[in-house]
Design a protein around this ligand. Structure first.
Ligand code: NAP
Length: 233
């Protein structure tokens, strides 16, 4: 039975992932600032953590088989409206938070039964495909993709490192973009598969990447975007 660490597992994609991992896990540690929608207990432990704060990080289990870093932003503004502070904030939570997380859990990541341990991070569809209003988040997530490939090379064959690059996924992070039936319909129409993503779509892929079923996949950024990044439907 495996130990998992999910940063940002109190809502959205991370919360859904915790729900998928917990039934077959030995322990799932969740790091976030608030408990939010999480119901700790049993195999699920909540540890208060602001990954961008200078405070010491929570204690870690002796060994971790899978770790996911879910905190992040979808900060949509024109380049003109983006301040340098916007770029700093996006960099802080998307890249430096992930670096802090990985530095802490790296030494504890140990596979079981000959399988490597596994790490999952989150990018965005807007790194591989230029989109207006995405300059700050795309720049930060582009750095995450570079980190993923570098670390995957450095940590092979002991630890696999992959990222998921979602388009719009219905979570509290993007509430405002889906706040009316009209907005929801307009957003769904942009995708070849004619719907936006769900937290369950993203969590299922994250669970797969954390499991030995994806044991020959590392250094990849997998699109989760209803076909948006590759199809002209
Ligand atoms: N949803 C989308 O459409 C979409 C699209 C592209 C990429 N993504 C990426 O996918 C990932 C997951 O997104 P989501 O939509 O599930 O996000 P979400 O609903 O906003 O959830 C974010 C999680 O991270 C935690 N968190 C935020 N700041 C934190 C901090 N400083 N320290 C510790 N924990 C923190 C939050 O809990 P607390 O606030 O309690 O700390 C929460 O549990 C993110 O990296 C995002 O950039 C999402």
């Amino acid at each position: 039975m495996s130990n998992y660490l999910v940063a940002g597992g109190s809502r959205g994609i991370g919360l859904e992932l915790v729900g998928l991992l917990a039934p077959s896990a030995s322990q799932v540690d969740v790091w976030s600032r608030s408990v939010d929608g999480l119901e700790p207990g049993g195999r699920v432990r909540h540890l208060v953590c602001d990954i961008t704060a200078p405070d010491p990080l929570p204690e870690l289990p002796e060994s971790i088989q899978g770790a996911a870093y879910c905190p992040g932003t979808v900060n949509l503004k024109s380049f003109r409206a983006l301040s340098e502070d916007d770029f700093r904030r996006d960099w802080e939570i998307n890249l430096l938070g992930a670096v802090r997380f990985l530095k802490a859990c790296g030494p504890k990541l140990k596979g079981e039964d000959g399988d490597p341990a596994s790490v999952v991070l989150f990018s965005t569809v807007a790194v591989g495909q230029g989109m207006p209003m995405h300059a700050s988040v795309a720049a930060a997530k582009g750095a995450v993709e570079g980190l993923v490939r570098s670390l995957a090379a450095e940590w092979a064959p002991r630890i696999r490192v992959n990222a998921i690059a979602p388009a719009l996924v219905d979570t509290p992070l993007v509430d405002r973009m889906l706040s009316t039936p009209e907005k929801r319909e307009a957003m769904a129409a942009r995708y070849p598969l004619k719907r936006v993503g769900t937290a369950a779509d993203a969590a299922a892929l994250a669970r797969f990447l954390l499991s030995p079923e994806s044991g020959w996949i590392t250094g990849q950024v997998l699109g989760l975007d209803g076909g948006m990044s590759t199809l002209r439907a």
